[in-house]
Design a protein around this ligand. Structure first.
Ligand SMILES: NC(=O)c1ccc[n+]([C@@H]2O[C@H](COP(=O)([O-])OP(=O)(O)OC[C@H]3O[C@@H](n4cnc5c(N)ncnc54)[C@H](O)[C@@H]3O)[C@@H](O)[C@H]2O)c1
Length: 410
């Protein structure tokens, strides 16, 4: 993305850089920055965040890792044919897609690959540092938008790929966002490293459709003292995500987040399950159906049904851009640890915080204001002694836990 060299630029390193969400992020950022489309769906473009000091969309520079080698302009063409991207947009931003494509490095592990886990972490971190240095970026945010992994099993199991990338981000001195349900920074090995690093991180699993509705409706039932007897859900989707979630172990990782929202907002886990069916013909379009059985006054039985028909990548991309901007600014403000105030965006948020969408939004706005005031900057206490900041790039000062950044402080 072209931007004035006089303004500090921020890198966005996408893990899964050739996927639907990543391609929509790169295309959408370029299109909105060029004024071709309004920033619909981007919360950070609303007036509440005007004074938060967030990086401009035109100052974002993209790169990343992927295990596929399909060129980004080609991927954007496929998404256009599928109706995910509006006609003409990908063509209008071909230069930006090509520039990002040149910055995508081979991911891993790959079938038959010979590199050890330690070698992969070293190579990933080197790729990120090289990207930052070549583009003279002020900092870079690493965002996981790769295929959902099955949950790993047992302490002796190899580290999941998402955790190798999370460790590489820390080693390169970069803040990290996990937009997927994969383990990433949640793995005990990475969690311990994250704490030592003093870098901010956020996750996990973007809240874009069914769970977004659950985060609104759960509090409604609780606040109206209605008794939810059962909450069942079915999702039909295709695309790469549909194929990945056809694996029951990957679907289980996804569904855990969806159920957590109900447990947190209702105070109990109602009867009912969530199913995810892969329907390749739907492509990136998802139908999510929820069936809620509840009791009213004197035990009168009632039902609420909701049907959400969304385009997954169009729902996810603006949230990824919001998260990049907020996390980059948090890093600049020297906040550290889990960014619980970003729970608005996630199914299974890190840190402490409210679980209803309305309270999460209020918390996010408060957080945005605190970023504008530069809270956390230069306080010179907390965890900061400059150690453990990775070998790489970005901040070089000590880290400080800002009051609205960490769960403990709320
Ligand atoms: N779209 C949404 O609304 C939404 C919401 C929440 C979470 N997510 C999550 O976002 C992720 C991406 O979704 P998508 O629709 O773009 O999927 P996708 O299948 O289109 O893209 C995933 C990309 O990850 C790449 N990949 C797989 N393993 C890798 C590895 N080890 N290293 C590097 N790259 C690797 C794949 O090659 C592919 O290009 C999924 O995990 C999904 O669950 C999406």
């Amino acid at each position: 993305m072209s931007a004035s060299l006089s303004r500090p630029r921020v890198g966005v390193w996408l893990i899964g850089a050739r996927g639907s969400v990543a391609t929509t992020v790169v295309t959408g950022c370029a299109a909105v920055a060029a004024g071709l489309h309004p920033p619909t769906g981007m919360v950070t473009e609303t007036p509440a965040f005007t004074g938060s000091g967030l990086p401009a969309l035109s100052d974002l520079v993209f790169g990343g890792h992927d295990t596929l080698d399909c060129p980004l302009p080609k991927r954007a063409e496929t998404l256009t044919a599928g109706g995910v991207l509006p006609p003409g947009v990908a063509t209008a931003v071909t230069a930006e897609l090509t520039a990002a494509d040149l910055e995508i490095r081979p991911g891993g592990p790959t079938p038959g690959g010979t590199r050890s886990q330690a070698e992969l972490i070293t190579a990933f971190a080197a790729d990120i540092r090289d990207f930052v240095h070549r583009h003279q970026l002020e900092r870079a945010v690493v965002v996981n938008v790769a295929s959902t992994e099955p949950a790993s099993h047992g302490p002796d199991a190899p580290l999941p790929a998402s955790t190798l990338y999370a460790l590489a981000a820390l080693r390169a001195g970069c803040p990290y966002v996990n937009f997927t349900p994969s383990e990433g920074m949640h793995h005990p090995v990475a969690a311990a490293e994250a704490e030592r690093s003093g870098l901010p991180h956020a996750g996990r699993d973007g809240k874009t459709g069914q769970t977004l509705l659950r985060a609104v409706l759960g509090p409604m039932f609780a606040q109206r003292a209605l008794s939810v007897r059962a909450w069942s859900g079915t999702n039909l989707l295709g695309g790469g995500d549909g194929a990945a979630l056809a694996d029951p172990a990957a679907a289980a990782a996804k569904n855990a987040g969806k159920e957590r929202v109900l447990a947190d907002t209702l105070g109990t886990v109602p009867e009912g399950e969530v199913h995810i069916d892969d329907v390749p013909a739907l492509g990136d379009w998802k139908t999510a159906w929820d069936h809620i059985a509840f009791d009213g006054f004197l035990g009168t039985r009632m039902i609420l049904q909701t049907i959400w028909q969304g385009c997954d990548s169009a729902l996810a991309a603006p949230l990824v851009l919001d998260l990049v901007r907020l996390t980059a600014r948090s890093h600049e403000a020297e906040l550290s640890g889990p960014l619980g105030a970003l729970g608005f965006y996630f199914k299974d948020p890190v840190g402490e915080g409210p679980s209803g969408l309305s309270e999460q939004y209020e918390e996010l706005v408060r957080f945005g204001r605190s970023l504008g005031r530069g809270e956390g900057e230069g306080l010179g206490e907390g965890q900061g002694d400059g150690e453990g900041q990775g070998e790489g790039v970005g901040r070089d000062a000590g880290s400080v836990s800002g009051p609205e950044a960490t769960g403990e402080a709320r």
